[in-house]
Design a protein around this ligand. Structure first.
Ligand SMILES: *[C@@H]1O[C@H](CO)[C@@H](O)[C@H](O)[C@H]1NC(C)=O
Ligand SMILES: *[C@@H]1O[C@H](CO)[C@@H](O)[C@H](O)[C@H]1NC(C)=O
Ligand SMILES: *[C@@H]1O[C@H](CO)[C@@H](O)[C@H](O)[C@H]1NC(C)=O
Ligand SMILES: *[C@@H]1O[C@H](CO)[C@@H](O)[C@H](O)[C@H]1NC(C)=O
Ligand SMILES: *[C@@H]1O[C@H](CO)[C@@H](O)[C@H](O)[C@H]1NC(C)=O
Ligand SMILES: *[C@@H]1O[C@H](CO)[C@@H](O)[C@H](O)[C@H]1NC(C)=O
Ligand SMILES: *[C@@H]1O[C@H](CO)[C@@H](O)[C@H](O)[C@H]1NC(C)=O
Ligand SMILES: *[C@@H]1O[C@H](CO)[C@@H](O)[C@H](O)[C@H]1NC(C)=O
Ligand SMILES: *[C@@H]1O[C@H](CO)[C@@H](O)[C@H](O)[C@H]1NC(C)=O
Ligand SMILES: *[C@@H]1O[C@H](CO)[C@@H](O)[C@H](O)[C@H]1NC(C)=O
Ligand SMILES: *[C@@H]1O[C@H](CO)[C@@H](O)[C@H](O)[C@H]1NC(C)=O
Ligand SMILES: *[C@@H]1O[C@H](CO)[C@@H](O)[C@H](O)[C@H]1NC(C)=O
Length: 652
């Protein structure tokens, strides 16, 4: 199992093992920061709600609502999502007109085009964004993309910029490190990347300079010493165990992460993921719907593969579209004693299990390994000992999983559900099946997504750059008639072709010609991490980043998204708009504008393949001038050391 986890982390590509088990694309780098003990009255805080009934980290029994919660078959969108979409699709109209107009496709009147179809939702473009895993690297590179796409970012609506795409989108998905980004934005009331990056007095949000081993800075405002930080986390996790729930290293990991991601006292132990659905800006449809993705481990197995069942978290539900589980549970009531799809009359209803940090930790269980690096850090030995004893209590077999027990899908869809006979649903990092970009929720045919901007910060190659492995995995899964269950995906070439043709070094569109695909599938705009102004290929295992380096990598991600503010291609913003409109043009029979034809010529993968093995390691050149940031660490150097340390820990 340890070997598997290692392979999944992409360590195999650093030659520690040459597994032919699936190799997980992955990049890494979360952060951590501390507690913000200032907390004003909770009611005044504008962020996800601290609505766990226990008031803390532990779930608690509540009175069952008169309509007792039930599990449903995955044969449609939830009624909640359907109702929400009616609001959201309408809400995207004006942002879409504004964005498309600014992207300025020559000889195309975006305002009249969108106004002409504004009452016909099936004709309108439907946009999804997906941010890959890859730890803190993925968080920061993904943040650069989201900042560029956000009309609230300084200057993002100037010429050559793409701000406003986020406001025009219906869905935003994250997984593992990308899930930290999405989770952090949504638990902080849809904060902008700039606000999270710049933080605020007394808040430890996005302060990645203090690793999760140290906890938040004690800068005179913070009151938590590292020892207090540990004992706080231990007490919180202990409260869940005392309430009768299994805990694993993922609970500790999720708590530690939350200090960096959730801008609330002690990382907001009472914040739930389902509370996002209760926020006014989400309820009104004024912001996109977030998804986080996890994989399930079948009972009695340690291997997660492409045919593993994939689960999505959204603010309403946890569940899977796969033909195995094929069911959704109301997220708010996960933790209740479901059996055969209902909470029996002698069973209790529970809320608070879907704690926001625990959900983010569940999507990123591979990074539980971070905690095992404790001995390589500089913190005092006494603290290391405390921590090691906590880990020892947990036992090794739960190192890299999250325990969702009771299993909401117990006794449901017995004939196909691999977890129907187990009391525990074992969830792991969403990238463990090789699909490191969370496309899964966005390619479900019921969602009718037309275009996905797929931001890839995976560490596929020796030096932590992506090489298309994640898209290859999703494509392969879509070809397996046993598991694909109605999803289809554009044709994707092999990784050698990605590298040989540079498809992993600049944006590439896949699936431009809808009639070439077996079923309805979105056009995928692949946005791979690449060096523009700094080496953004930091190791998955580097646990801390000072503010200078953090900002440089976020800025690099911004340059990736805008092709260096349009300097590498002044038509790029228009080309993004063409990608957004492509499927809509197909449906309405609109003639494709000339500039769009030029864009498709330039950015669509044209079917060419070069599968020869590339010579040497992939070491891309800077696309803009490298900018020197004082105080930034040279990244590539520290990486191998840390990897070696982790590998040593695991192999022992
Ligand atoms: C989902 O829909 C049900 C039924 O309409 C409603 O009772 C419930 O409050 C909704 N949940 C949320 C989180 O909006
Ligand atoms: C659509 O949104 C506009 C504002 O963007 C609002 O005035 C209008 O009432 C909405 N229509 C529906 C049907 O929700
Ligand atoms: C961003 O877009 C939203 C939604 O259209 C709009 O309400 C807001 O005014 C815009 N903000 C800026 C700074 O352009
Ligand atoms: C809505 O648009 C679709 C094309 O996407 C078209 O087939 C349909 O006829 C339109 N419906 C109305 C009422 O105009
Ligand atoms: C925004 O644009 C102005 C004018 O071009 C420039 O002076 C400023 O530095 C830019 N700000 C950022 C944060 O890029
Ligand atoms: C963090 O929370 C504090 C207290 O509610 C708030 O004043 C501040 O703006 C928040 N900071 C960020 C970056 O969201
Ligand atoms: C397709 O998926 C099924 C069930 O998940 C699995 O048993 C089979 O090995 C897969 N086929 C291929 C070619 O991967
Ligand atoms: C998934 O596929 C692999 C081979 O591709 C096979 O060994 C494994 O048994 C399959 N698992 C399930 C649960 O179908
Ligand atoms: C998806 O799987 C379910 C459950 O096995 C099945 O009933 C349904 O027909 C499948 N859908 C498609 C489109 O294959
Ligand atoms: C840290 O080192 C101590 C003593 O060398 C050892 O007992 C412990 O298992 C190590 N902890 C971890 C998490 O590897
Ligand atoms: C499904 O499995 C559960 C648990 O073993 C069992 O109690 C139940 O009777 C089964 N349901 C059906 C419809 O077979
Ligand atoms: C692409 O990444 C995969 C996964 O790490 C690796 O096995 C493969 O060798 C890489 N191929 C190229 C050409 O980089």
């Amino acid at each position: 199992m340890k070997f598997q986890a290692l392979a999944s982390l992409g360590v195999a590509s650093v030659s520690l093992c040459s597994a032919n088990t699936i190799v997980l694309p992955r990049g890494a780098s979360p952060e951590v920061l501390a507690a913000e003990p200032l907390a004003g009255p909770l009611a005044a805080l504008k962020r996800a709600l601290p609505n766990s009934p226990s008031g803390g980290y532990a779930p608690a029994v509540v009175d069952c609502p008169s309509n007792r919660p039930t599990i449903r078959e995955a044969n449609s969108l939830s009624p909640n999502e359907t109702a929400w979409l009616e609001l959201r699709r309408n809400y995207t109209l004006d942002p879409m007109i504004s964005w498309l107009s600014r992207m300025n496709i020559s000889n195309f009147d975006a305002t009249s085009y969108i106004n002409g179809i504004r009452n016909n939702v099936t004709a309108l473009p439907n946009i999804g964004l997906a941010v890959s895993g890859g730890g803190y690297r993925a968080l920061m590179n993904g943040a650069g993309f989201l900042a560029a796409a956000d009309n609230r970012t300084n200057n993002a609506t100037n010429r050559g910029q793409i701000g406003g795409l986020l406001q025009a989108s219906t869905y935003v998905a994250g997984l593992s490190g990308g899930g930290w980004l999405v989770g952090s934005i949504y638990t902080n009331n849809f904060s902008s990347v700039e606000d999270l990056r710049d933080g605020s007095s007394g808040s430890s949000v996005w302060q990645f300079g203090n690793s999760i081993f140290e906890g938040p800075a004690s800068d005179g405002i913070q009151i938590l010493s590292t020892a207090d930080y540990y004992s706080t986390i231990q007490d919180e996790v202990g409260s869940k165990a005392d309430a009768g729930y299994n805990t694993s290293i993922t609970d500790y990991w999720g708590r530690a992460l939350s200090y960096q991601l959730v801008n609330a006292t002690n990382g907001g132990p009472a914040y739930t993921f389902s509370s996002i659905a209760l926020e006014p800006n989400f309820q009104s449809g004024s912001i996109p719907m977030p998804f986080l993705v996890s994989d399930a481990r079948a009972p009695g197995t340690a291997i997660v593969s492409l045919n593993s069942t994939v689960y999505e978290f959204n603010p309403f539900e946890l569940g899977s579209w796969d033909p195995t589980t094929y069911a959704f549970a109301p997220l708010r009531y996960v933790g209740s004693n479901f059996s055969e799809g209902v909470v029996p009359s002698d069973g209790s209803c529970v809320e608070g299990f879907d704690q926001a940090g625990f959900v983010m930790g569940t999507s990123s269980t591979l990074f539980n390994q971070f905690l095992l690096q404790i001995n390589t850090t500089a913190i005092p030995q006494t603290l290391k000992n405390i921590f090691t004893s906590i880990l020892a209590d947990l036992g090794g077999d739960s190192d890299d999983i999250a325990q969702w027990k009771p299993n909401p899908f117990y006794g449901f869809n017995n004939a196909t559900n691999r977890n129907a006979q187990t009391q525990e649903l074992t969830l792991v990092d969403g990238g463990e099946d090789g699909q490191n970009i969370p496309l899964y929720p966005l390619i479900q045919p019921q969602r009718h997504v037309d275009v996905i901007f797929a931001v890839d910060s995976s560490a596929d190659t020796t030096y932590n750059w992506p090489n298309g492995t994640s898209l290859v995995a999703t494509y392969q899964r879509s070809l397996n008639s046993t598991i694909e269950n109605g999803t289809s995906f554009p044709s994707i070439p092999d990784q050698n072709t990605f590298v040989n043709l540079g498809l992993n070094n600049r944006p590439t569109f896949f699936g431009c010609n809808a009639s070439n695909i077996t079923g309805p599938a979105p056009l995928v705009v692949y946005i791979p991490n690449a060096p523009y102004i700094t080496l953004s290929n930091v190791s998955t295992f580097d646990p801390d980043y000072n503010d200078t380096q953090r900002n440089a990598i976020i800025q690099n991600g911004y340059e990736v998204a805008t092709l260096a503010n349009g300097t590498l291609d002044a038509q790029w913003p228009a080309c993004m708009a063409c990608a957004v409109l492509s499927r809509s043009f197909d449906r309405t029979g609109m003639q494709v504008p000339d500039e769009c034809s030029q864009c498709f010529e330039r950015y669509c993968w044209n079917g060419m393949v070069d599968s020869s093995t590339p010579g040497g390691d992939y070491t891309p050149a800077f696309k803009s001038a490298e900018t020197t940031f004082s105080g930034a660490k040279r990244v590539a150097a520290s990486a191998s050391l840390v990897v070696a340390a982790v590998a040593a820990t695991l192999l022992l």
